[in-house]
Design a protein around this ligand. Structure first.
Ligand code: NAD
Ligand code: 0WE
Length: 260
């Protein structure tokens, strides 16, 4: 029997079979979880439906996290399928592309700062708020995805790094708020992975190779490896873990200089 047997999980952020959310969904499915998925817009609908079917799920709901109405509607719909919810996976980030090139001070505007924080950070709070009653009192767990750019300045990551710093603080405040009702909140800080969100980034290939050169394991992490840790953190195996940022980055974050 899998270690997520009987857990009901809502997954937000599936776009392709390269998405981190796909690695998480596969790992949770393998461990016996029941899954529901959202898709950002009609363009992604049929792809998400196909992946959901493959993962034993027939629940797919439209959700643009910028919309409070759509967030409310997702939980109304979910309540018609399930009498409770155990986990929410938040695997969403967005900043306008102009914010992700050039120096931070030049690239950041009032508007792209707001969009990055709204879509990448506030949306996690919004999901917790809307799912709160369905999750309370059942050892629920929420997880989000961060990146080391929250703590260190990386070229071009810019306002996304500031939004990830805010997301990591949000994890701690949400853990403190929801802990008394038994709900845990954690983040995985993943190393760089080639996904759709990475596709548009100049020189991503070069970044991947620099990251693997410096990482203790001398390679890049996979969505399967991130998925396995996410499944663990959302399961009762991690019942004593909340408010944490867990690195799944082949050890990159602990390295100083690297032996040649
Ligand atoms: P991805 O493109 O596969 O997933 C990003 C998802 O965000 C997509 O499903 C997209 O539909 C969704 N999204 C964007 N704006 C949205 C909105 N307004 N409403 C609803 N959904 C919206 O890329 P990914 O790399 O799997 O990204 C998932 C998460 O992992 C992000 O939080 C990202 O910051 C984080 N992360 C990625 C990497 C990496 O190198 N790929 C590393 C560390 C952390
Ligand atoms: O969090 C991310 C990327 C998130 C992301 C990606 C895009 C591309 C398309 C957010 N918004 C957008 N907006 C778009 O228009 N990562 C951790 C991957 C990533 O992105 C980088 C990185 C890394 C790593 C951007 C610059 C430098 C490094």
């Amino acid at each position: 029997m899998g270690f997520m047997q009987g857990k009901r999980v809502l997954i937000v952020g599936l776009a392709s079979n390269r998405s981190i959310a796909y690695g998480i969904a596969k790992a949770m499915h393998r461990q016996g979880a029941e899954l529901a998925f959202t898709f950002q817009n009609e363009k992604l609908q049929s792809r998400v439906e196909t992946m959901a079917t493959e993962l034993g799920s027939s629940i797919t709901l439209e959700l643009d996290v910028a919309s409070d109405e759509q967030i409310t509607e997702v939980f109304t719909q979910l309540g018609q399928h399930w009498d409770g919810l155990d986990c929410i996976v938040h695997s969403v980030a967005f900043a306008p592309s102009a914010a992700l090139e050039g120096d931070f001070v030049s690239a950041t505007t009032r508007d792209n700062f707001k969009v990055a924080h709204d879509i990448s950070t506030y949306s996690f709070v919004a999901l917790a708020k809307a799912g709160r009653t369905m999750m309370a009192g059942r050892n629920g767990s929420l997880i989000t995805l961060s990146y080391l750019g929250a703590e260190r300045a990386f070229p071009n990551y810019n306002v996304m790094g500031v939004a990830k710093a805010s997301l990591e603080a949000t994890v701690r405040y949400m853990a403190a708020a929801l802990g008394p009702e038994g709900t845990r909140v954690n983040a995985i800080s993943a190393g760089p992975i080639r996904t759709l969100a990475a596709a548009g980034i100049n020189n991503f290939k070069n970044m991947l190779s620099k990251a693997s050169d410096s990482a203790p394991l001398r390679r890049n992490v996979t969505i399967e490896e991130v998925g396995n840790v996410a499944a663990f953190l959302c399961s009762d195996l991690a019942s004593g873990v909340t408010g944490e940022i867990t690195y799944v980055d082949c050890g990159y974050n602990i390295a100083g200089l690297v032996a040649s």
